[in-house]
Write a protein of this length. Structure first.
Length: 283
């Protein structure tokens, strides 16, 4: 059984912001995003993404909706859809971090003594960032579907969108309702803006959109893909992609941490946890 808390072994490669890898000598001022600790890496992934408290986000996501008894899967379709989408977002973040690390490693090997800025191009990072943002935004809608299943079924038509759940009154348990509204206001609305920005206004054919900017961080090469800081501008000319300080992977990492925590709060609701512990037989 994998433990949730990750170990900080001096012999294990850790991956920090901007794709900088380190073994026992972390770069100053940068967050640890992932570890290559073999015991923590799930099948299909090459990293274990870690939260700020050191816990494995992969492990926490995999344990969502863990049912202790034999059951018909159709009894938990909505719950499993939510977990699948969360694991998909983790996969896309995993790939983005790896591509950053590849670029940082390439520059370390090719320009070990150069201190000036540089740039490269890797369209694959943008593929993964686009896919992550779509999955992250979809997660909010899937949360709404699970909430309707357990709390709104007798009171309204099915909730297919998060905005319908947000508009509901006195249906969702008070504590989770507050957490959901706060998450939507602080994270969900901006995820929506970024998803719309990248899908509708800055397609991958945009010349500047494949640029990976390379800079030194604590003496080491690191990668940055800039997202516009003004995604609601809805105008390609108005986006500040060339000057923005919003790094794509760091941003996506923060969103994922938020969503894993929100999903855990959802599963912890008494009605939902009781249902998962003993789902009805549909035979």
């Amino acid at each position: 059984m994998r433990t949730t808390q990750t170990r900080r072994s001096p012999d294990i490669t850790e991956v920090f912001e901007h794709g900088i890898e380190a073994v026992g000598d972390p770069p100053q001022g940068l967050l640890r995003l992932a570890t290559r600790e073999p015991d923590l890496i799930y099948s299909g992934y090459t990293l274990a993404v870690v939260d700020r408290d050191g816990s494995s986000l992969n492990h926490r996501a995999a344990l969502l909706f863990e049912v202790p008894v034999a059951h018909a899967r159709r009894a938990l379709y909505d719950e499993y859809d939510l977990r699948h989408c969360l694991l998909a977002a983790l996969y896309h973040l995993n790939r983005s971090i790896e591509l950053y690390a590849d670029m940082a490693r390439l520059f370390e090997e090719t320009y070990p003594d150069t201190s000036v800025e540089g740039s490269g191009s890797d369209q694959r990072i943008y593929f993964e960032v686009d896919a992550f943002l779509v999955a992250a935004r979809h997660l909010y809608d899937l949360i709404a579907k699970v909430l309707w299943k357990h709390y709104g079924r007798e009171k309204s038509d099915q909730w297919l969108r998060i905005k319908t759940a947000i508009k509901s009154q006195d249906v969702i348990p008070t504590e989770f309702d507050a957490a959901l509204r706060n998450s939507w206001a602080t994270s969900g609305e901006k995820v929506t803006a970024y998803r719309d920005c990248l899908l509708h206004y800055v397609p991958l054919t945009e010349e500047a959109s494949t640029t990976v900017w390379m800079d030194r961080f604590d003496g080491r090469w690191g990668a940055t893909v800039r997202l516009p800081s003004n995604p609601k501008a809805n105008s390609r000319r108005a986006f500040d992609t060339r000057t923005s300080d919003v790094d794509a992977v760091s941003y996506c990492y923060g969103v994922l941490s938020e969503l894993v925590g929100l999903c855990e709060k959802l599963v912890a609701q008494p009605e939902i946890s009781a249902y998962i512990a003993n789902p009805p037989s549909l035979d």
